[in-house]
Design a protein. Structure first.
Length: 110
């Protein structure tokens, strides 16, 4: 049974988390996403421990669901972070009239 104090802590944490996340400037979204990926990795390890505890059938199934959800969260987070980082990459274009240097004749490197 959930006690009043546990419910109070949960509601307070949800409120503070919402306030913190909504006030993050766009410049910090990528580092924040990387940090949440690390936290998701920790929850993945915890869910693996739960799934491998072999206590009872319900615990194993809940562990499996937790591993699946945490894995999806980690992979999705890394895909989104990679996509965000691609937006900041610059394409290197040669200057107009620049000639690329050719390698040694025959393509052999020295």
């Amino acid at each position: 049974m959930i006690s009043i104090i546990e419910l109070y802590v949960f509601v307070l944490a949800a409120f503070v988390g919402f306030q913190v996340i909504t006030r993050v400037p766009p410049l910090l979204h990528t580092p924040l996403m990387s940090a949440t990926n690390a936290i998701s990795g920790i929850s993945l390890v915890g869910s693996l421990v739960l799934a491998g505890a072999n206590r009872e059938s319900l615990s194993n199934w809940l562990g499996f669901v937790a591993v699946t959800a945490a894995s999806i969260n980690v992979v999705g987070g890394f895909l989104i972070t990679d996509r965000m980082l691609k937006m900041f990459r610059r394409d290197v274009k040669p200057a107009p009239g620049a000639v690329e240097k050719a390698g040694p004749p025959g393509g052999a490197a020295r």
